[in-house]
Design a protein around this ligand. Sequence first.
Ligand code: ZN
Ligand code: ZN
Length: 364
Amino acid sequence: MPAPCYLCGEESTIDGLCASCYNKEHLLVQVESPLAIVTCKKCGSVKVPGGWRTIDFSEAHGDDVVNKQIEIGLDLSLKRFFGDVAITFEEENRLDRVSHIIVTAKGRSHESLAPHTENHPVEVRFSYETCTTCSMMSGGYYEAILQIRADSRPLSESEEEEIVAIVEELTIAEYGKDNRAFVSGSSRVKFGIDFWVGSEHLTKRIADELQSRFLAERKENYKLTGQEKGGKDKFRITVLVRLPHFRVGDFITVEGNACQVMAMGKGGLTCYDLIDNSRFTVTVKSAKWRTIEFLKPASARREYMVVSRGYGKPAQIMDSETYVMAEIEDSRLSPNIEAGSQIGVLVLDDETVLPLPYENSAAE
Ligand SMILES: [Zn+2]
Ligand SMILES: [Zn+2]
């Protein structure tokens, strides 16, 4: 017969106490109240020792932001006395900068006891500051200038759109990992775009991506801008990314052979050889890459109609706009192209009319 609990007189189960009194004497967690949480007025980040913790906006919207902030605050201040304790909380009410929550802990205070829940009312007091990132950003801080240009031509609208999307995507991806992952300014200049980027690391990541996506050239230039407090030299980096002159759909020569650019990206160029109708890939690091020369823009493509095809005779084709006739070797046309079909061609000169790939997805 166990002795009665020395606190309440019920049957004791452990250390002379009943389960309920044992649990009261051995709390699962301790939470301070009031709990002070400092958040950034602009981005919602929460001040933590040594910096700020960002909110993941891909999972938090509206009221969730406050819940995420409370979560971070609890994470910092809540003391757990046992392992494997699940913490949840519910907001009872909120008034301006004060929120009343009930924190619920669920777990075991002793391995021989069943899990139980414990409720702790907590008053959360919010105050606001501007986080380091937001103040640097609004102050126009930047570590690097990223300049994007194209080789002897302006950037096209679609290239600009794609570049801006890549910059945004990578900036968002670094959010929370790098507190200088922001773009504090950008400007469209005559032949391209400049971005002022808070972090050199982010700048290089963006440059890597643009380089691979557009097979661009890249130059980095460090400029001495002054000295840090300790006398160390301070540099600012400018990264120039220069897109090639040609784009998808344009005509180039590779080792002297006329080709159409079908696709580019991931460090390589897919070409269609207009003479032998083969497809091949040129990587930026290959010897072939250095033989590339620009031939004609994508707009040089012309539509022709096949007028007649005869066995062993050249096919007769006609420019659909000017009605000028031309001949091409019949073997150069796919057998399923009948008289009356439209084909795309590149007229190199009076002698050389080259049919273009049939599913010409490359032409814009
Ligand atoms: Zn008791
Ligand atoms: Zn902020």
